[in-house]
Design a protein around this ligand. Structure first.
Ligand code: BGC
Length: 365
């Protein structure tokens, strides 16, 4: 009897060991992509992984992250397969270090918003040389970069759009201050240039742009000091997402809401509140949710279907996916909200109970 028990135990043990061995031999199930890959994804670490690297902690970048998460969900990727990172404020060294970390891990692709395209290019090249798919979003790379595609706003054209709004607001010209978050990031430089070119010959003069290096508290200090040095400032241009709200606070504190016209970029909650209040006259809203979404989608498609098919499917033209902009004023804020809702893009603000003021609407006629 004892012998039989022993035999049974041995048999059970052998069966268990065999079962375990089979389990490890079977590839671990990954969170399955919704589409079957036609070619094997480039999986340095054995699994598809994409990293999106932004520029600073801010609701604008939270919207990019929402796009990243939405794409990951639609593609059946786990959180660890679609990683999002931003440094607290403009920090080129932190972006380089993060790139190096993920190059060492052999991720499939990296999408980066280079705060300084010249400083980032060598590490982007290192990634490309290691077989990692490299793309850029929000702010373009250097010319001839290893970045396969730039996904974002045409910043020069969008800067011109901002300049056109300022011209409508200041038909008789005047002095305009400019606040921006970088003197190296191409989006800041191109927006400023587009704005300057658009206002040329209009009688609008500009002060030298002030740079806060993506530090919102510093942006407010700078806006305050520009206003106190130029108490008759006719207009202000906010280049980055927190620059509009910084100018808005400074303008309100100086009691100049109806005297200093304000044009800015983006449509985060504080900016929309500024539009509703009438302190921000117009904003050029980027489509940052789409930038995050499409960055993940494009890298996934390149990895699974190859570059040509991916470019065709995503409509890449000359290495660019132009995400476009929307100009928002009191006159069309409700329509803008309806557009976001129709596309299923989340926003924390809403216009219920709010109505545009007639004089604000009239200035756009
Ligand atoms: C820019 C980003 C920047 C952000 C700051 C946006 O307008 O496109 O590059 O990081 O503002 O909040």
């Amino acid at each position: 009897m004892k012998r039989l028990n022993l035999l049974l135990c041995v048999l059970v043990l052998v069966t268990l060991v065999a079962a375990c061995a089979r389990k490890t031999a079977t590839p671990a199930p990954t969170t399955a992509p919704t589409q079957a890959p036609t070619t094997a994804p480039s999986t340095g670490a054995g699994q598809f992984r994409v990293v999106v690297i932004g520029k600073s902690v801010h609701p604008y970048w939270s919207n990019v992250e929402k796009g990243v998460r939405a794409a990951a969900k639609d593609l059946g990727l786990s959180d660890d397969q679609a990683i999002f990172f931003v440094p607290p404020q403009e920090d080129v060294a932190a972006q380089i270090q993060t790139m190096q970390t993920y190059i060492a891990q052999g991720v499939t692709g990296i999408a980066i918003a280079p705060s300084d395209p010249n400083a980032l290019e060598p590490v982007m090249k290192q990634a490309a040389d290691a077989g990692i798919i490299v793309t850029t979003l929000d702010t373009p790379p250097v010319e001839d970069s290893v970045s396969l595609v730039y996904i974002g706003t045409d910043n020069y054209a969008a800067g011109q759009v901002a300049g056109e709004q300022m011209k409508k607001l200041l038909p008789n010209g005047g002095l305009v201050g400019i606040g921006r978050g970088s003197d190296t990031a191409l989006n800041a430089l191109q927006r400023t240039q587009g704005f300057l070119d658009a206002i040329e010959g209009s009688g609008i003069e500009t002060l030298e742009p002030v740079n806060d290096r993506e530090d919102a508290a510093r942006a407010l200090e700078l806006a305050n000091s520009v206003l106190s040095a130029n108490p008759d400032l006719a207009g202000a241009f906010g280049v980055y997402a927190y620059n509009g709200p910084a100018w808005a606070t400074a303008i309100k504190e100086a009691g100049r809401v109806d005297k200093t016209k304000l044009v800015c970029f983006d449509a985060t909650t504080d900016i929309i509140n500024g539009i509703k209040e009438g302190v921000i006259d117009a904003t050029v809203a980027q489509r940052e949710f789409d930038m995050g979404y499409k960055s993940v989608q494009l890298i996934y498609l390149i990895a699974t279907k190859g570059q040509d098919a991916a470019f065709q499917e995503m409509g890449v033209k000359d290495g660019v996916i132009d995400t476009g902009v929307d100009v928002i004023t009191q006159a069309n804020l409700k329509e803008y909200e309806a557009t976001l809702d129709a596309k299923g893009i989340p926003h924390e603000w809403n216009t219920s109970g709010w109505e545009p003021e007639q004089d604000e609407v009239d200035q756009w006629k």
